[in-house]
Design a binder for this molecule. Sequence first.
Ligand code: SF4
Length: 307
Amino acid sequence: MGLAEKGELGRRADVLDAMLAECTVCPHQCAVDRFSELGKCATGSEAVVASCMPHFGEESVISGRRGSGTVFLANCNLRCVFCQNHEISQRPKAFLDQGISEDDLAEIFLDLQRRGCHNLNWVSPSHQVPQLVRGLVRASGRGLRLPVVYNSNGYDSVEVLRLLDGVVDVYMPDLKYADADVAAQYSRVPEYPDRARAALEEMFRQVGADWHLDADQTLTRGLLIRLLVLPSGLADIADTLRWVADNLSPRVKISLLAQYSPQHLAARTDRYPLLARTISAGEWTQAMEALETTMKGDDHSVQVHAR
Ligand code: SF4
């Protein structure tokens, strides 16, 4: 709100908008003019929202009692073969010409606030940050007061994240892989580990390891890293946790996720045999042991979804 009142939020929105003309909004750096062409994310210059609702299935510090105000952005800047959300992220034709104005986006934000949500939760925002911040400028002028949760795949631009300093309250990124070859094979982005780790360093610089909770015990400021345990050790959770502990802090909160199931190409083809099953009890135990031995915080968050 302080940034909005000083006009700084509008200035940041202008800087972000300018990036759309030769797009460098995410690490792909497609350099396309998003007012007339599409880059790898297949998303133009307007916001494209797949759905929005109070969501009760996030971690308890995010969903709270009244739900998290999720805004699921359509399309994505990654193409993971096992995407658990592929109907939204990898069907660009379904969302062609579905762009909405910044006023409509602001109205979505305000409606989630009116419905009592604890926060505004941008899901897969990396390729739509300019549009989201423009919507925030409009909504803040009309009374939006919710904390902003940045719920991303981790493939984020450090330059863009710097412009979100003081705008985003809670960072909730994935760290999908530790190995470039695995990232290349399953998300077609070998540089994912390097880029995502750089992004995480910037998120940590902004909000640190400590959590700020409100009276409802929902998160109002902080970092929560989501680690989805993949079968066959593909996520290399132990390596990722060692990196977090050594380069960020062993007190960073981790949400370890067990709910992987074969989806999308991992389910529809036989090209990815290592991803063709849920994780075993042994793989989950290994991941939990790595968490307990590597992270030294007294209250790291663990979210376990039923398999
Ligand atoms: S946001 Fe989209 S167009 Fe821009 S660099 Fe990333 S993938 Fe390319």
